[in-house]
Each structure stands twice: as structure tokens, then as C-alpha cells.
Design a protein around this ligand. Structure first.
Ligand code: CP
Ligand code: NVA
Length: 308
């Protein structure tokens, strides 16, 4: 049966654990000079309506190292649905290639593409979710904390990365607190749904505007840009609203001693995070970026193995 990778809420805790464990195995194998060829003779098309360094390069490298071919949709075609309908794009691509990796604005567009196309579709970031990032985050947490139950605190904008990390923590049984300024939190219904699932998985979900309260007992502090791609015109206004939510050395002290820091990157150094924190020994942001490669291979293999 075809599976898509659209949001982590579509996957069980066991499935997510399997993808994370596979990522770690693939990382070890690569370090030992061993590569798999699960995409031999297969082609993926990458459709990116927004800029990307990490996601695009790691997907291209992952596909290449799995023996496959990665084609970039030319930007002269415009955004998804502009030159021809999303339906017609899906109906063409499914005849030629085996996988679609899509980054765009509206999450509904990726869902629509996945519904129409007979081939697996991966969400490489939308305004709503960034599930691939959360798998790489999960891989990094497993490397650092093993199977320990931890508390993750996300500080800043209740955005796509925050939403997918909430999903990940619920699935992994971690506690998760989103610390966001008034009016910039996660959608209330989304949080309610997360809390319901958390009650089953043994994790605790909290949302607060209070930094001190939210950071109590946190093992990991995470942040992301204050203005995401597509929100550039709000950047100055957001800078003023978010300034007290900057992750700096003082803010780090409010969490557990030895707390870890991470960021999905790109970072706006001096805004949401200081150089001192991003470059500190306790920062694993670049380890997480490295893990994007292994996570993407695992996601691809997981989907293709179920779609023969
Ligand atoms: N973290 C992340 O998705 O980075 P890019 O936008 O560079 O792909
Ligand atoms: N929230 C950010 C994440 C970038 C990887 C954005 O959507 O721009």
C-alpha cells in the first residue's frame, strides 16, 4: 500500500521509532563505508517552492547514495499549480518517477498532491509542518539521551517546526512545552489533539507564555526563526514582540544543568539565538543538520519498502 510522509500524526510511535533506528543504522553503515542501493533504477522529483539548503541537499545526497536519481523541478515552471493544475502535475509525474519530495506554502497542496498521485509524497516543509526535521531531531535526541524520558522546551514562534516537534515528542513519550508570546502560539485545537494523544503515550504537553515556568526541568531548549519563509514582511514587527524570547546564555540557565540546545537552521544569529548559544558545546544544531541526511534516507526506504 502506498504511504506518504505528510505529518508525523499519520504514523504510530512504533513506526517513528523504526524510522529513527533505521536512520542511526544507516549513519553507522555510511561511516563504515557501506551504502545501500534501495533506489537503484528509481527517480525522485524534488519540487521546492521555497528556498532550502539542508533539506534539498540532503535529499539529493540521500537519493544519490541510495543509488537513485534526483530531479529538480525547474523553477521556471513557477509554484505548484501555477503553470498547470496540481491534479495534472500528479497525473504526469506518477507515470515516470517513483517519489515526490515537496516543499511549498499551503499544506493542503501537498495533501492534495499525495491524494492524487499513486506514488509516495514526502512533505519537505509547508507553512504547517516540517516532519522531516523532527525525525532528524529525534535521531539527535536518541544519540544524546538514549531511551531516557526527557522534556523538550520550544521557545519562540508556534510555527511549522514547533508543531512537528510536538508531534514527535508525543510519539516518543517525551514531555513538550511550547513557550510562545501571546498571539503566536500553536493552534488551540491542534494542542488539544496533541494532549489527548499524549495522555495515551505518557507524555505531557504544555503551552505557556511564561519563560521561567516553561523552562523548568527542561533537558532540551529548541528555537527557530521568528519570521518563517513567507512572513518576511512581518520580520521587524516580530523582532520587537519576540525579543524577550531570545535564547541566550541567561535563558539557557533557566533549564536543567547540562541542558542541550538545538535549532533547525537557518538561524538568524543575534535574533532568536546568540552566537554564544549556537556555537556552545551543548549546541547540537549542526549534529541535527548532519542527521537530516540519514533521516531522509530512512524515510525514503520506509516508504519505498511499503510500495512495491
Ligand atoms: N532546516 C531546514 O529545513 O533547512 P533548509 O530550509 O535549508 O532546508
Ligand atoms: N520555520 C522556518 C523553518 C525553516 C527550516 C520556516 O518555515 O521558514
Amino acid at each position: 500500500m502506498k504511504r506518504d510522509f505528510l505529518t508525523l500524526s499519520d504514523f504510530s510511535s512504533e513506526e517513528i521509532r523504526e524510522i529513527v533506528d533505521l536512520s542511526l543504522n544507516l549513519k553507522k553503515e555510511r561511516a563504515a563505508g557501506k551504502l545501500r542501493d534501495e533506489m537503484c533504477g528509481k527517480t525522485a522529483v524534488l519540487i521546492f517552492d521555497k528556498p532550502s539548503l539542508r533539506t534539498k541537499i540532503t535529499f539529493q545526497t540521500a537519493i544519490y547514495e541510495l543509488g537513485g536519481n534526483a530531479l529538480d523541478m525547474p523553477s521556471s515552471n513557477g509554484k505548484l499549480g501555477e503553470r498547470e493544475s496540481v491534479y495534472d502535475i500528479a497525473k504526469n509525474l506518477e507515470r515516470w518517477v517513483h517519489l515526490l519530495v515537496v516543499r511549498t506554502f499551503d499544506d493542503n497542496v501537498v495533501c492534495e498532491l499525495a491524494k492524487i498521485a499513486k506514488i509516495p509524497v514526502i512533505n519537505a516543509l509547508t507553512d504547517k509542518f516540517h516532519p522531516c526535521q523532527s525525525i532528524a531531531f529525534g535521531v539527535t535526541l536518541k544519540e544524546k539521551f538514549g531511551d531516557k524520558k526527557i522534556k523538550v522546551a520550544f521557545v519562540g514562534d508556534g510555527n511549522n517546526v514547533c508543531a512537528s516537534h510536538l508531534h514527535y515528542c508525543v510519539k516518543a513519550g517525551y514531555d513538550f512545552t511550547a513557550i510562545t508570546p501571546k498571539g503566536f502560539g500553536l493552534d488551540a485545537q491542534f494542542v488539544e489533539n496533541g494532549k489527548k494523544e499524549a495522555a495515551l503515550s505518557g507524555s505531557k504537553i504544555t503551552v505557556t507564555e511564561n519563560i521561567d515556568e516553561g523552562l523548568k526541568n527542561a533537558d532540551v531548549i529548541y528555537t527557530d526563526v521568528w519570521a518563517s519563509m513567507g512572513q518576511e514582511s512581518q520580520a521587524q514587527k516580530r523582532k520587537e514582540i519576540f525579543s524577550s524570547y531570545q535564547v541566550n546564555e541567561n535563558l539557557m540557565k533557566k533549564a536543567n544543568a547540562n541542558a542541550m540546545f538545538s535549532h533547525c537552521l537557518p538561524a538568524h544569529r543575534g535574533d532568536e539565538v546568540t552566537d554564544g548559544v549556537l556555537d556552545a558545546k551543548y549546541s547540537v544544531a549542526f549534529d541535527e543538520a548532519e542527521n537530516r541526511l540519514h533521516a531522509h534516507k530512512a524515510i525514503i526506504m520506509y516508504l519505498l519498502r511499503r510500495f512495491q
